[in-house]
Ligand binder design. Structure first.
Ligand SMILES: [Zn+2]
Length: 670
C-alpha cells in the first residue's frame, strides 16, 4: 500500500476535504522497502525486515541474508512476558504474518511455517487459511494446547480470553466489497477491536500485528474497486487502534506498508455519488464506495510490487524515531525500543569466541577453526557457517550448546583467501558473529623421481613413469623435456602415471625433465637414462687335438647379443683371416679343421656387434703325427696366446674400419 492507495481510500470514503486516520498521526515519514539484494521486495523479505530488523532475500521468512534465524519482535516480546497476536485477512501463515512468527528459507513451505507459528507461542491468531494447505494441520494441535478455536464472527465475539485461534475461511477472507449483513466472517475492524480487547484484558503488555492483506491482492489484479474497499476497511481498523492508543499513553501504534503494488496513481476525480455516511446501511455504503472508486481516474503501471517509498506513521512511545527512519528495518528498532522501555532484560548476551586469522599450507593436515558459543538465554540455539558469504555445507543451521566448541575442518580448502564467518542465534538475543580469515598457501605438485634408468641398447619396453599429486587438485598440465627439447605436452592426474617409453635411443646418457603444474605453481623432476652396449657373448670352444689325417674335426662357436646392429665375425688362423661373415644367435658358426698339417695351429674368432662391442675366443688345434718318431706334443703356451691375441687385435681394428664404412644404419631416432 503506497501513499496513493491511502489517498485513494481517503477520497472515496471522506472526499477531498476529509481526513484519513492513517495520515492523522503525530509522527510520519516515508521509508524504503528494498530487500537485501537491493531489488524490489516481496512480502516475506519485507515482513522479515520489519519483524527482525534484518534485510533479507525475497521468499525468506524470519531469517537474515545468511539464512540464519533471527529473533522476531514477537519472540523478543514473548521472552519478556508479553502476550502477542496476529490479525490478517490472508491465510494466517502467509508471508507477512509468517515473517513475524516463523523462520524458513521459503515462504511457500506452508506446512513447516504453520508448525513454526503454532509452536511460536503467539496467543492470538485471526485470519484465513483453515485448509490443510495452509494452517489446517495445526488446528487440533492448538486446541490441545488450550486455544479457543472459532470459525465465524459470532463465535469470535463470544471469546472471553486468550489464547485464541480464529480461522474464518479456508483461504483468504472474502473481499470487503462482497460483505453483507449476513456475512459470517468478521471484518478487519472487528478482529482488531476484539484482539485489542483480549490482549489488553490479559493484564500483560502486548504486541499485535495487523495486516490488511488484500490491499496488495487487489493491486496485483489492478482492480481499483476491490482496492478501495480493502483500503477503507484497513483505515477503519487503524482508526479503532488509534483511538485506543490515544487513550493509553504507553501504547505504541505504528502504521506502515510492506511495499507498494501496481505503481498506482490518481489523475483526477469527478464525484457524482455522495460520500458514505455512518447512518447508511452496509449495502448503501458499499455501493457508494464502489461508485466513488469508479468516479476517480486512476492508473496502474504494473501488476507487480514496486520500490515506491511507503508511508510510516506512529503514535506513542519511541515514535519520534520515525523521523529518523529510512527503511522497513527501522520499524523493528522503533518497536524494540518501545518494549525495552518496559523491561530491563538485556538481549545482547550471546557471545562467540574470536580465534585469530590463520595462514596455512595446503598440504598441512589437521587444520581447523574452533569457536565457542555461550548464552544464558538459550531458546533455540542455532548456528550457520559461511565461506565467503555462502553457506558451508554441513553447517547450514546446526545446533550448538554452551561451551561445546563448534569446530570446522579447513583441510578441504584449496589455496586462496577465505572468509569463514559463524553466525549464532539463541532466538532471543541479538545474533552474534565472528569471522576468521584463512589464507591457504599453495604447495606445488609432488613428483616422484623414477630414475636413473639404464638399459642395453636395443632393449624394448623401457620407460620412465612419474606419479604427480597435489593436495588440492587431482589433475593439471605436464610437459616433458628430453635434453631440453619438449617431447610431450599433456595432462597429469593423481590416479595414473605419466609415462614416457624410450624409443630407439642411441647409446649415451639422456636427461628427462618433467614439469608439472597445479594451475598455480610448478615443480619438476629430472631423471637420467643411460643406454649402454654390452659385448656379445661367445661359447668357449675347447682346444682340439687330433691325429694327422683325422676326420670330423671342427670348431664351433655360438654367439649371442641383445643389441645386434651389424653382426659380423672374422676367423683367423695363425693370424691370417680365413673367414668372414655375419653371425646370428640362432645358428652356431662352425668351421672344419680336418687336413691341417701336423703341428700347432692357432684359431681366433672375433665377433662384432657394430656398436663397439666385440668378443673373441682363441683356440689351439694340435695335429699330432704319431707315425713320426721324435716329435713330441707341443705344449700350449700362454705366452704365445697373448702374443697371438695382440696380433689379432691389430687385424681386428682394420676389419672394424672396413665395416664402419660399409654401412652405418640409422640406429636411432629422436
Ligand atoms: Zn503482493
Amino acid at each position: 500500500m503506497g501513499p496513493n492507495q491511502i489517498e485513494f481510500g481517503r477520497l472515496v470514503e471522506y472526499g477531498p476535504g476529509g481526513n484519513s486516520s492513517i495520515l492523522q498521526v503525530p509522527n510520519h515519514n516515508y521509508v524504503d522497502t528494498n530487500n537485501v539484494d537491493g531489488t524490489t521486495t516481496d512480502s516475506a523479505a519485507a515482513a522479515t525486515a520489519m519483524a527482525t530488523g534484518y534485510k533479507t532475500h525475497n521468499y525468506v521468512i524470519g531469517k537474515n541474508a545468511w539464512y540464519q534465524s533471527v529473533p522476531t519482535i514477537m519472540e523478543l516480546a514473548e521472552a519478556k512476558g508479553y502476550v502477542t497476536g496476529i490479525v490478517v485477512t490472508s491465510p494466517i501463515n502467509h508471508a507477512t504474518p509468517a515473517g513475524f512468527a516463523a523462520h524458513n528459507d521459503d515462504r511457500n513451505n506452508y506446512a513447516q511455517i504453520a508448525t513454526d507459528m503454532a509452536d511460536s507461542g503467539i496467543d492470538l491468531l485471526l485470519g484465513g487459511g483453515s485448509s490443510s494447505t495452509y494452517f489446517g494441520t495445526q488446528i487440533s494441535n492448538l486446541q490441545a494446547r488450550g486455544y479457543a478455536h472459532v470459525t465465524d464472527r459470532a463465535a469470535l465475539a463470544g471469546v472471553e480470553a486468550l489464547p485464541v485461534l480464529g480461522l474464518f475461511n479456508q483461504d483468504y477472507l472474502t473481499w470487503e466489497r462482497d460483505r453483507t449483513d449476513a456475512s459470517t466472517e468478521p471484518s478487519l475492524q472487528e478482529m482488531v477491536a476484539k484482539s485489542i480487547t483480549l490482549l489488553n484484558a490479559s493484564g500483560k503488555p502486548f504486541v499485535l500485528m495487523v495486516e490488511g492483506s488484500q490491499i496488495d491482492t487487489a493491486c496485483h489484479s489492478n482492480d481499483k474497486v476491490l482496492l478501495a474497499h480493502e483500503v477503507i476497511e484497513f483505515e477503519k481498523a487503524f482508526k479503532y487502534a488509534a483511538s485506543f492508543a490515544s487513550n493509553n499513553s504507553n501504547i505504541q501504534l505504528l502504521v506502515c506498508a510492506d511495499h507498494e503494488t501496481g505503481g498506482f496513481t490518481i489523475s483526477g476525480y469527478d464525484f457524482s455519488t455522495p460520500a458514505p455516511q455512518e447512518t447508511d446501511s452496509l449495502a448503501v455504503k458499499i455501493q457508494k464506495r464502489t461508485n466513488r472508486a469508479n468516479e476517480i481516474a486512476t492508473h496502474f503501471l504494473s501488476t507487480s510490487h514496486t520500490s515506491t517509498r511507503v508511508y510510516l506513521g506512529g503514535i506513542g512511545p519511541s515514535t519520534n524515531q520515525i523521523l529518523n527512519a529510512s527503511h522497513l528495518v527501522d520499524i523493528f528498532q522503533i518497536m524494540n525500543a518501545s518494549i525495552d522501555t518496559i523491561t530491563n532484560i538485556t538481549i545482547n548476551t550471546l557471545r562467540i569466541t574470536s580465534p585469530g586469522d590463520m595462514v596455512v599450507h595446503e598440504s598441512t593436515r589437521g587444520k581447523n577453526i574452533s569457536w565457542i558459543i555461550t548464552s544464558p538465554n538459550i531458546n533455540v540455539p542455532t548456528y550457520a557457517i559461511f565461506k565467503n558469504g555462502s553457506l558451508l555445507q554441513g553447517h547450514e543451521n546446526n545446533s550448538w550448546s554452551n561451551n561445546t566448541p563448534v569446530i570446522i575442518d579447513i583441510d578441504p580448502l584449496p589455496p586462496g583467501i577465505f572468509n569463514l564467518t559463524i553466525l549464532a542465534s539463541d532466538r532471543i538475543s541479538v545474533p552474534a558473529r565472528d569471522s576468521v580469515i584463512v589464507t591457504v598457501l599453495n604447495d606445488p605438485p609432488a613428483i616422484s623421481h623414477p630414475g636413473p634408468l639404464e638399459y642395453e641398447y636395443g632393449s624394448t619396453m623401457q620407460y620412465l613413469a612419474w606419479h604427480v599429486s597435489d593436495p588440492s587438485v587431482s589433475n593439471g598440465s605436464v610437459v616433458i623435456y628430453q635434453d631440453g627439447h619438449c617431447i610431450y605436452s599433456g595432462t597429469w592426474n593423481s590416479t595414473d602415471l605419466v609415462n614416457i617409453t624410450m624409443r630407439d635411443l642411441d647409446l649415451g646418457i639422456f636427461n628427462y625433465t618433467v614439469v608439472a603444474s597445479d594451475g598455480i605453481a610448478t615443480s619438476q623432476d629430472t631423471s637420467f637414462v643411460t643406454v649402454y652396449n654390452r659385448n656379445p657373448t661367445i661359447s668357449i670352444q675347447e682346444d682340439v687335438i687330433y691325429e694327422k689325417n683325422g676326420k670330423g674335426n671342427y670348431l664351433s662357436w655360438h654367439i649371442m647379443d641383445n643389441s645386434i646392429a651389424i653382426a659380423t665375425f672374422v676367423i683367423l688362423q695363425d693370424d691370417i683371416v680365413i673367414m668372414t661373415g655375419n653371425w646370428n644367435a640362432m645358428e652356431p658358426i662352425t668351421i672344419c679343421i680336418d687336413g691341417l698339417l701336423p703341428g700347432k695351429h692357432h684359431f681366433m674368432i672375433i665377433a662384432i656387434d657394430g656398436l663397439g662391442g666385440t668378443i673373441s675366443d682363441s683356440v689351439f688345434v694340435l695335429v699330432q703325427d704319431t707315425t713320426t718318431s721324435g716329435i713330441k706334443e707341443i705344449p700350449l703356451d700362454l705366452g704365445m696366446i697373448s702374443m697371438c691375441t695382440g696380433a689379432c687385435l691389430v687385424v681386428l681394428s682394420l676389419v672394424l674400419v672396413v665395416f664402419e664404412k660399409k654401412s652405418r644404419v640409422k640406429m636411432y631416432k629422436r
